[in-house]
Design a binder for this molecule. Structure first.
Ligand SMILES: Nc1ncnc2c1ncn2[C@@H]1O[C@H](COP(=O)(O)OP(=O)(O)O)[C@@H](O)[C@H]1O
Ligand SMILES: [Mg+2]
Length: 285
């Protein structure tokens, strides 16, 4: 896991990282700053998580900033990025009170706007749309927003590429295999995501440029982000499309890029020194 490499690398820079669950009341003098790490269970209580971020940020520096976490916790942020000129996966949005009408794609995916680990996500082919409509209704009935997208064949053929940008630098990349099989029902947990095959990838110039362009369009600008992962898939014409921007809790997969641990730790330590005024030596995740 990330901590196995990250915590010793931080220690070498004089920063003690203390893994802590979110929800705890954290602040000085024990902690000088907090870096959110693996917190995907926030999707069970997004409002509680957002409130905790705001509370924590009122006591000490938090990365990423609480308003970015709030914005990024609901995939409707993709609409903002698309409006700002980012090429995103085409999406029909179904809000609470609406139902799924016609779908313009033969194979398509239904997933919730608040999700992680491919939870409550499934792929469908053609009509009848009965099961897809039931799936959409299961997302919207309790107040959620459903997303309907073409099932991108490239995701099954070559996977999606996750490009990590840390401390303003493109750091490393991973490639994740597709997980949605037509006919498989949506899962109620994060097991699909946990079983997803992940391999290291080289960061090509095309992907690096795309990732930087996405981050430039984040509210307030890329400089506000300590870390982010930009998930990119190819569309039908081979063009790069944004599938997801993860500014909350991207697992870093440093085990696939161990040589990057020192640079990532240096970015974290540099952020802490700047944000906490140069006196801090404790962090948490
Ligand atoms: N439009 C799509 N076409 C094909 N596969 C998809 C599509 N959208 C999502 N998937 C698959 O489902 C997984 C989870 O979807 P994603 O949008 O990344 O949400 P999250 O990771 O937040 O659950 C992806 O990693 C991918 O394997
Ligand atoms: Mg994803």
């Amino acid at each position: 896991m990330d901590g196995d490499l990250l915590l010793p690398a931080l220690e070498q820079l004089g920063v003690t990282g203390i893994p802590t669950g979110w929800g705890a009341e954290l602040g000085p003098p024990e902690f000088d700053g907090a870096v959110i790490r693996t917190a995907s269970d926030y999707i069970d209580d997004p409002a509680g998580f957002r409130a905790w971020c705001v509370r924590t940020a009122s006591r000490m520096p938090l990365a990423n900033p609480a308003d970015i976490v709030t914005w990024n916790s609901d995939k409707r942020y993709l609409r903002d990025l698309e409006g700002a000129g980012v090429a995103t996966v085409p999406t029909l949005w179904v809000e609470p009170g609406e139902s799924l009408g016609a779908v313009p794609w033969g194979r398509f995916v239904v997933k919730p706007a608040v999700s992680a680990g491919a939870r409550s996500s499934a792929s469908y082919s053609g009509s009848p749309l009965t099961r897809a409509r039931e799936h959409v209704a299961a997302i919207t009935a309790p107040g959620g927003v459903a997303m309907v997208q073409p099932h991108l064949p490239a995701i099954d053929l070559e996977g999606e590429v996750g490009v990590y940008v840390i401390g303003g630098e493109v750091s490393h990349a991973i490639r994740k295999a597709g997980v949605l099989r037509p006919g498989a029902p949506p899962t109620s947990d994060l097991s699909l995501g946990h079983r997803q095959r992940v391999v290291p990838d080289l960061v090509g110039e095309e992907h690096a440029r795309f990732a930087r362009a996405v981050l430039d369009r984040v509210p307030g600008g890329a400089d506000r982000l300590l870390y982010a992962r930009v998930d990119v898939a190819r569309g039908e014409r081979g063009e790069l499309l944004l599938l997801e921007l993860e500014c909350i809790e991207p697992r870093l997969f440093l085990e696939h890029a161990p040589a990057r641990a020192g640079a990532v730790a240096a970015a974290f330590a540099g952020w802490l020194a700047r944000a906490a005024g140069g006196v801090g030596h404790n962090g948490c995740r």
